[in-house]
Design a binder for this molecule. Structure first.
Ligand code: HEM
Length: 421
């Protein structure tokens, strides 16, 4: 969930805010930092011990403004990672998420049509039967790690099928994703020397090279033997009459393979945790099937798996009363926007019937709005429709273990006991 015990957000002083400290994100989302920022310093300068510092944008309307105004807040100039990289490092590792229009749009168009509401609706019954199988196994066991055995399974199985990756490789792809996206956490941390030597790779992480290698094998197979899948689309795509380079295929494959799995997984885990902690909402959903859609959106708001993304100012500008200089790093905090009390009534209340719910979990609009948003929302809806239908009770049998990261709101393990309805 967004934070256990969020009913009571402690008040802290502005001087006590430190967004760099991953340990502040260990027990729960430190909503108190975002609350004081929204109230007192909505576009806040945050120093960095190992970087040149950045602006933190925390109010919902400003988060939207930054995402939409890509000419002023560029993804291309410095990439979307907080690291201060050399131009050649950015060039070597960037995927479309680190690019501005128009080149960005041309790349995005390669897969866009596979993720429209109509295109993903075709998968609904398959997703449901896949999830039913996962739930059968979980119910049979009775005690499980919900993250590994349920939440991680569905997104990977669904997306691997769309990508064209064989079922036997699902776990390997999950493991690579964990290494790439979890590296702020001591469990997945990489040696600083290794990081320094891999700055030309996404996340400066050698696991990216393993993901490239995996993608290349799949791409070679599809060149020889095309199929109806996304890897075939990548190898057959042309932009302005030229095929994608090997580098473009590598980073595209990696972006798709990691973007859709960990995020959806953590949404499902946070959703279950929220329903365990708010049993009245579990019962409400169980007795009102028509709330499935609003519940999915509330779970996505509550979870906000991606806390922030970075942009770089292309000129001197002003936002929320702060003077931003050309080339300054600007971070857009979706987690803060999603709990902005000026937009969401009683934001720390988990409410499966919340409407309206203009959450920015998939990004706040603009060119980089999440490609997989409709697919992810569909998966989350189906998961909880099936859970409230088929599971009578859930209880935690141990403390959920959270990822220690200011970037990613993740749950690593969550032991639960479940019984059939
Ligand atoms: C709950 C699940 C998900 C969450 C929370 C999430 C979140 C996000 C966010 C915050 C962004 C950046 C938006 C911005 O900067 O404005 C993004 C972009 C992206 N997401 Fe997702 N995502 C999820 C699921 C997926 C899935 C299932 C896919 C599968 C295709 C996917 C693929 C992408 C891609 C390719 C981008 C880059 C888009 C671009 O640069 O144009 N995501 N996502």
């Amino acid at each position: 969930m967004a934070g256990r015990g969020t009913d009571e957000i402690p008040a802290i002083a502005l001087e006590d805010v430190d967004l760099n400290d991953h340990s502040r994100f260990a027990g729960r989302v430190p909503h108190e930092m975002f609350a004081v920022l929204r109230r007192e310093d909505p576009v806040h300068w945050q120093d960095e011990p190992d970087g040149r510092g950045y602006w933190a944008v925390t109010r919902h309307p400003d988060v939207i403004a930054v995402a939409k105004d890509w000419r002023t807040f560029s993804s291309e100039r410095g990439g979307t990672s907080l690291q201060d990289l050399e131009p050649e490092e950015i060039e070597a590792r960037k995927s479309m998420i680190d690019m501005d229009p128009p080149p960005h749009n041309k790349l995005r168009a390669i897969v866009n049509r596979d993720f429209t509401p109509r295109a993903v609706a075709v998968f609904e019954e398959r997703i449901r039967s896949t999830f039913d199988g996962i739930l059968d196994d979980a119910l049979e066991k009775g005690e499980i790690d919900f993250v590994a055995e349920v939440a991680a399974e569905l997104p990977m199985r669904v997306f691997a099928e769309m990508l064209g990756a064989p079922a036997a490789d699902h776990r390997y792809l999950v493991e690579l994703g964990d290494r790439l996206l979890g590296q702020d956490d001591p469990e997945y941390a990489i040696d600083p020397e290794v990081e320094a030597a891999n700055r030309h790779l996404p996340f400066s992480n050698p696991a990216a090279a393993d993901m490239f290698e995996y993608g290349r094998k799949l791409a070679d197979e599809r060149r020889r033997c095309p199929r109806e899948d996304i890897v075939t689309k990548l190898v057959e795509a042309e932009i302005d009459g030229c095929p994608l380079s090997q580098r473009d295929v590598d980073v595209y494959f990696l972006l798709l393979a990691v973007a859709g799995n960990e995020t959806t997984r953590h949404s499902i885990s946070h959703g279950l945790l929220a329903l365990i902690e708010y049993p009245d909402q579990f019962e409400r959903l169980r007795h009102n099937a028509s709330l499935a859609g609003t519940a999915a959106d509330e779970i996505l708001r509550w979870a906000t798996p991606v806390h922030h993304f970075r942009r770089t100012a292309t000129c001197d500008t002003e936002l929320g009363g702060s003077a931003i200089k050309e080339d300054d790093k600007v971070t857009n905090w979706f987690i803060s926007g999603n709990f902005d009390e000026a937009i969401f009534e009683d934001p720390y209340r988990f409410d499966v019937g919340r409407e309206p719910n203009p959450h920015v979990t998939f990004g706040p609009g603009g060119p980089h709005f999440c490609t997989g948003a409709h697919l992810a929302r569909l998966e989350v809806r189906i998961v909880f429709e099936e859970i409230v239908k088929r599971v009578g009770s859930f209880e935690l049998t141990g403390e959920p273990e959270r990822l220690q990261s200011n970037f990613f709101n993740g749950i690593k393990r969550m032991p639960v006991r479940l019984t059939a309805a």
